[in-house]
Design a protein around this ligand. Structure first.
Ligand SMILES: Nc1ccn([C@@H]2O[C@H](COP(=O)(O)OP(=O)(O)OP(=O)(O)O)[C@@H](O)[C@H]2O)c(=O)n1
Length: 371
């Protein structure tokens, strides 16, 4: 497309990153990233590209909305993302831009003629099924520890592993205080993506191996990880609840409540995810023993089942994959208990604490009947 596109005619443009990698793997490519060598921001804007980068010069193509970044080098000068010195100028070469990237498989460029530029052996590493860092610059961005673990969660089924030297670098980064300086939201974004991949357990076992797990997920370090991973599957398909969120909730379901909440707080989880994790833990506890009236009533109460039916339905979907034989019973218990009506009891003269007690007793009887 670059060859015929008037917007990029005369510019030195390469397809880079994930698009080239996935095309070489024979995977579908939905989204192209481009690097532009020898250009200035003015040249891009004159051609109608829209600047979007705050920290470095990136532009959106006015027609395709794909990202075009000017070739740049980066140097670490402090902690976190504020601490990057970016140098983008027309004299930065393609090789220099590729050198600053994380993994060799992500550092392959493809010219308009289809020719690959691969100075760091990315194609060889794709053939060898190896995730390998490009250079020591890998360590300048601690997010790459999580990204590499996430790529393994995606590509492990293809036979990929992490090169020992790269794992050693990841361990060094975890041992410095760099990883702690990441924003919790970025850690969650990587984790959420990893949880949606074909081998999510590879993400967590890799983080354990390079000792990053104990920094961001200390509650899952050691024996807790094996327990969490054993609880990973199966999860249901339920309306809009993403697979990644079910898996997260199952992973942390063996933890005790304070540990689960501490993790949610550290990761600054979206409320919906933290709540799902609580509910999934409740369901796990319910199913760990034979169904008993008080336990079922308590489960329904803690799911806020009278006011929030969707929360019970989601957990019934989970019961459907964990202990299908209980679904009909629990559904009947819930339907029965929901029929208890505060209005009817008020009409009979109940009020205040006595109303609450009478209501609970009616619900208890309905649950008992269903069991
Ligand atoms: N911390 C990062 C983030 C990105 N990159 C580089 O920027 C490219 C694009 O990054 P991104 O879009 O985040 O990832 P993709 O590789 O495209 O992967 P995905 O398939 O997950 O989108 C990567 O391939 C890599 O070359 C990097 O070196 N270090």
């Amino acid at each position: 497309m670059a060859a015929t596109d008037p917007r990029t005619a005369g510019l030195e443009v390469y397809r880079v990153g994930g698009a080239v990698r996935d095309a070489l793997l024979g995977w579908p490519v939905y989204d192209n990233d481009w690097v532009v060598v020898g250009a200035t921001p003015d040249m891009m804007q004159e051609r109608g590209f829209k600047p979007v980068g705050r920290d470095f010069p990136v532009f959106l193509h006015p027609d395709t909305a794909e990202e075009y970044a000017l070739a740049r080098t980066e140097r670490k000068s402090g902690h976190g993302y504020a601490g990057f010195e970016v140098h983008a100028s027309p004299d930065v070469t393609l090789e220099e831009d590729l050198l600053r990237r994380d993994l060799t498989v992500n550092a392959i460029a493809q010219g308009a003629d289809g020719e690959l530029v691969d100075p760091f052996g990315g194609q060889g590493d794709i053939e060898r099924r190896l995730l390998r860092h490009v250079s020591g610059a890998f360590s300048e961005d601690p997010l790459r520890v999580l990204r590499t673990a996430r790529f393994l969660a995606r590509y492990a089924p293809l036979g990929f592993s992490i090169a020992p030297d790269t794992l050693a670098l990841m361990t060094d980064v975890s041992g410095s205080d760099e990883l702690e300086h990441l924003a919790a939201e970025r850690v969650w974004v990587e984790t959420e993506k990893a949880l949606g991949e074909p081998s999510p357990e590879a993400y967590f076992t890799t983080l354990a191996e390079c000792r990053a797990l104990e920094i961001w997920f200390p509650e899952l370090a050691g024996e807790a990880l094996a327990q969490g991973l054993a609880a990973f599957e199966p999860v249901p398909e339920y309306e809009d609840t993403p697979l990644a969120h079910w898996r997260y909730a199952r992973l942390v379901s063996p933890l005790d409540d304070p540990a689960r909440e501490a993790l949610a707080k550290r990761l600054r989880l979206p409320n919906a995810v933290a709540q799902l994790a609580r509910h999934v833990a409740l369901t796990g506890q319910l199913l760990a023993a034979p169904l008993a009236t008080d336990a079922v009533l308590c489960w329904l109460e803690r799911l806020d089942g009278w006011r929030k039916p969707a929360q019970v339905k989601a957990q019934l979907a989970l019961v459907g994959v964990l202990a299908a034989e209980h679904v009909a019973t629990l559904e009947a218990a819930w339907e029965g208990a929901r029929r208890a009506s505060p209005q009817a009891l008020m009409a009979q003269g109940f009020k205040g604490a006595a109303l609450g007690e009478a209501l609970r007793e009616q619900r208890r009887l309905a649950v008992e009947e269903a069991l």
